[in-house]
Design a protein around this ligand. Structure first.
Ligand code: 4AD
Ligand code: MG
Length: 430
């Protein structure tokens, strides 16, 4: 019977065959332990010389790391194994041998591992992070579909630059100038006026010269956009969505979280509602904590965000930032026009801003004025202004950075380990 490691428990005491790679092995004169992996999980294959005979045992001792095999054996319940089972090997064939696999079980430097990312992905830890990423994507579709949102695909090649012009990847679109998308938001707004509630999910690009543990050049963003939703309700959607992601990873990724040594209490604490403080209050808190390098109108850097986050045991919303710090499309606070109805969600443990969102300007004249103030071309944004001409309504949305969220929930230090092939300031290979 052919099966996979994750399904092996259904075949206890039976003989099965799996296709697998040799992750590691150790052996003595009489017994060899093969650590096998097939992508669905890991299992130990036990080869006993007295059972399989001299020849096969000698072969087993010689299998090299990452060789591909068909392994046949009897499934045995084994309490000490993470999968709960092990395989008493009765036979195997080598499909293809792997010689001098560069990523041996010893320690390697980050540059070496990043150069071998195509192989590094096979390691237990990297597989665990990829599975948590996959689970977060799954839980995203689950959450938004359950609440009546439609997935709307925004274009990658665009003529607009919603998040400012300094970080654009410019390219040619035949005779026109084009940019790689920084955000699907503006298109999501058009979608929300058609479908009510939508979310986009796709790659976004920022030519940021930042070399930090939180920045990628190419990252994936989930951007819900909702018609008839104002500032407060937008925050409620965010805290419910993020709580759902944490609960879903806790429920479905126990093995991966264990592999990564994640402190589960940190995930258990991620439960709506989340605390909210205004930019002004955050600034006051920073001054109390001794940060005298920052005054009203300055943006918060990582050390500031981390200091604010440390004050709470949950993610925290910082709301009402100065208008001058934020993009052109944000709705001003009706009580004071020097701040906007926006919020950043700051994750605990130094993971920083995982969500940026806001209520959007829905008044035609004000939006037109802001486009002019930001020196943007009215022609490029004509379609976006149209949305305010024909049945404009209050609407809000937000963008969650997938890689920062994966890093946070997995407890991984750097976002480069949270995407299969990271694009970083100095890295386009592999
Ligand atoms: O705050 P940002 O720039 O917001 C927007 O793009 C809005 N248009 C979203 C919206 O309202 N629809 O980016 C949103 C999130 C950040 O909070 C962060 O998690 C992530 O995207 N992000 C990055 N992640 C990795 N590397 C980068 N260089 C990132 N820049 C932003
Ligand atoms: Mg932001």
């Amino acid at each position: 019977m052919k099966t996979t490691i994750s399904k092996i428990g259904a075949h206890a005491d039976q003989e099965v065959t799996i296709g697998a790679w040799l992750a590691n092995k150790r052996s003595s004169g009489k017994i060899a332990f093969l650590q096998l992996r097939d992508g669905t999980g890991f299992i130990q294959g036990v080869v006993v010389k007295a059972d399989v005979g001299e020849d096969l045992f000698a072969q087993a001792k010689n299998i090299t790391q990452e060789s591909a095999l068909y392994v046949t054996g009897t499934v045995r319940a084994e309490e000490r194994s993470p999968s709960g089972y092990e395989l008493t090997v009765t036979g195997f064939t080598v499909i293809s041998e792997s010689k001098d696999y560069p990523i041996t079980p010893k320690e390697h430097g980050t540059d070496f591992l990043m150069d071998h990312r195509h192989l590094w992905l096979r390691s237990k830890r990297q597989q665990a992070v990829m599975k948590i990423r996959d689970q977060i994507i799954h839980a995203t579709y689950e959450f938004f579909h359950e609440h009546g949102f439609s997935k709307l695909d925004s274009p990658i090649l665009t003529g607009s630059s919603p998040e400012g012009t300094s970080e654009l990847f410019a390219t040619k679109y035949f005779d026109e100038d084009a940019y790689l998308s920084q955000s699907g938001q503006l298109y999501a707004e058009a979608g929300a006026m058609a479908l009510g509630r939508v979310f986009t999910f796709g790659p976004t690009f920022r030519a940021e010269k930042s070399k930090t543990r939180r920045h990628l050049i190419e990252f994936w963003m989930i951007e819900p956009e909702m018609a008839f939703v104002e500032f407060d309700e937008n925050l409620e959607w965010q805290e419910r969505y993020v709580s759902h992601l944490a609960a879903s990873v806790l429920k479905n990724n126990q093995i991966e979280l264990k592999t990564l040594g994640r402190d589960l209490s940190k995930l258990e604490a991620i439960q709506a509602p989340f605390p909210r403080i205004t930019y002004d209050e955050a600034l006051k808190l920073l001054h109390e904590k001794g940060f005298d390098d920052i005054s009203w109108g300055d943006d918060f850097g990582s050390p500031h965000e981390t200091a604010i986050a440390e004050h709470y045991d949950k993610p925290v919303f910082i709301t009402h930032y100065p208008t001058s710090l934020k993009p052109f499309y944000m709705q001003p606070d009706p009580n004071r026009d020097d701040v906007v109805l926006c919020a950043d969600l700051i994750a605990p443990e130094g993971y920083g801003e995982v969500i940026g969102g806001s209520e959007r300007i829905h008044d035609y004249d004000l939006l037109k004025q802001r486009i002019a103030e930001h020196n943007l071309s009215e022609e490029t944004y004509e379609w976006y202004l149209d949305l305010r001409k024909y049945g404009s309504v209050p609407h809000s949305g937000f963008g969650l950075g997938l890689e920062r969220t994966v890093a946070w929930l997995s407890g991984v230090e750097h976002v480069r380990e949270t995407i299969p092939f990271p694009r970083l300031l100095n890295r386009l290979y592999p």
